[in-house]
Each structure stands twice: as C-alpha cells, then as structure tokens.
Design a protein. Structure first.
Ligand code: MG
Length: 253
C-alpha cells in the first residue's frame, strides 16, 4: 500500500513539474511570437510569360549580351554565366549586372533553385535580384518555411513576404517586381525612399514596401543615380530564364 502511495506521489510530482514548465513557456515571450505564422499558398505558377511588346528582353534563353560581370571595370568583362541546353543561364563566376541602368521599372524574372538537402539556411539555393544595384529581393530555398525577411520573397532584412508562395527546389518560379526608385529634392535630400511590390509565382507577396537604404551586399550604396539589375552569385547553382523589363520612370535626379 505504501509503495503504491509513493509511486502515486511521484506521478503527481512529475505532472506538477510538467504543468509548471508548460505554463512558464507560455508566459515567456519567444522570438517571433508576435508575428503570425505565415500562410502557405499552393497551386501557384506564372512562368513562360511572353514579354510585352514594349519590354526590353534581358535574357531570352540564348544570349547573355545584356549582361556583364559586376566586379569588372568598363568596358567590362562579358557575362560568364553558362547558358544551358534548355535555355537557362546558371550562376557561376560572380555577380552579373545589366549593361543598362534603370530607375522605376517592372521586372519579370524566372528562377530555379537547386535541391541542396545538405545545405542549411542562407547556404541553400541562395541568389537574389537587386534593383538599381542596391535593393535585394531574396532568392533562397524557403519552401514550406515560416519565412522571415531574409528568406525567399523577402526584401532582404527589410520585409518578410506576406505569404509563402514558394515552390519546391527544382521547379521554375517567377518574380514580377514593381520598383519605384527613391526621390530626392534639388538639394539631394531624400524625399521618398525606394518602394517595392513583388508577386512570386503570380501571388502578391510584397506590398509597396519602403526600403530606407541599400540592402546588405548591395553593389552600390549611393541610390541617387540609376543602377543596373544585378543577379547575385552566392555560390549556389541557381538558374535563370525569361528575364525582361519595362522601364517606367525618369532618373532619380
Ligand atoms: Mg541572396
């Protein structure tokens, strides 16, 4: 009888400790507790879009002539990224930039993230699309994640996507980006920061986000002048295809 009582006491004691831990965990604020869990959106696609008649085609599956290596000086080293037999170009040899510079624009770009199960976090299919050479919309394998501002669809370290519309690595995805360059007055003072809206795979993920300054790893931090589109080489074999742009606006100054 005594033995049964003592084991009952032990069970009650253990239950009490477990209940106390649960209550304590609920009471302690955890990282990201206030951020609602990101909705996962499925059945998305918007690839193989035909460029509109007024678009500048930056990559059509054959020629990389619109691009040069970022870390080179005029007259610039031609783009070293390989064009694969299926009409994709693959990251390799450094960042690339467009020869042309832009301010406000509409950009369509399709990308395929490699399957890298051994890699983690920022090392898993990392690349990125930089507007005006300064503002990155992140490319990363973020399929199924509760994405943060450094994950796919994030304006890097500025804004997380509104939903996770990522496809699996190995599938073609798209970004449609509307970019509004920063505005300055005659004295060179910032009147309005850059603004970005993004659709990933046809789903609205960034809504007119103000980006106060150039994001991490930008090629240039002076945002008063037009800049190129930059595609990032982060050491992972991300592929790109069907890249076109519709310049919309005037120079920033
Ligand atoms: Mg990146």
């Amino acid at each position: 009888m005594k033995a049964r009582e003592s084991s009952l006491t032990r069970v009650l004691a253990v239950s009490g400790v477990v209940a106390a831990i649960v209550l304590l965990c609920a009471a302690i604020p955890c990282y990201g507790q206030n951020a609602p869990k990101l909705k996962q959106v499925r059945n998305v696609s918007s690839t193989n879009l035909k460029p509109p008649s007024d678009a500048i085609v930056l990559f059509d599956g054959e020629s990389t002539d619109a691009w040069v290596m970022q870390k080179s000086k005029p007259p610039y080293v031609p783009c070293k990224w390989k064009v694969l037999p299926d009409g994709a170009m693959q990251v390799g040899g450094g960042n690339i930039i467009t020869k042309q510079k832009f301010t406000d624009l509409q950009l369509h770009v399709e990308f395929k993230i490699p399957y890298m199960p051994q890699a983690k976090g920022q090392g898993r299919g990392n690349s990125g699309v930089y507007l005006q050479g300064s503002y990155e919309v992140q490319i990363l394998d973020s399929y199924g994640l509760d994405s943060k501002d450094s994950d796919c669809g994030g304006v890097y370290k500025v804004s997380r996507p509104m939903v996770n519309a990522c496809l699996k690595p190995g599938e073609w995805q798209s970004y449609d980006i509307l970019f509004f360059a920063p505005r300055f007055n005659d004295k060179g003072e910032l009147e309005q920061p850059a603004r970005l809206s993004v659709l990933q795979n046809g789903v609205w993920i960034q809504n007119n986000i103000a980006v106060p300054k150039a994001t991490t790893a930008a090629m240039k931090r002076d945002v008063t002048k037009p800049g190129p589109i930059m595609l990032q080489d982060h050491g992972n074999p991300v592929q790109y295809r069907n890249v076109w742009i519709r310049p919309l606006g005037p120079p920033t100054r």
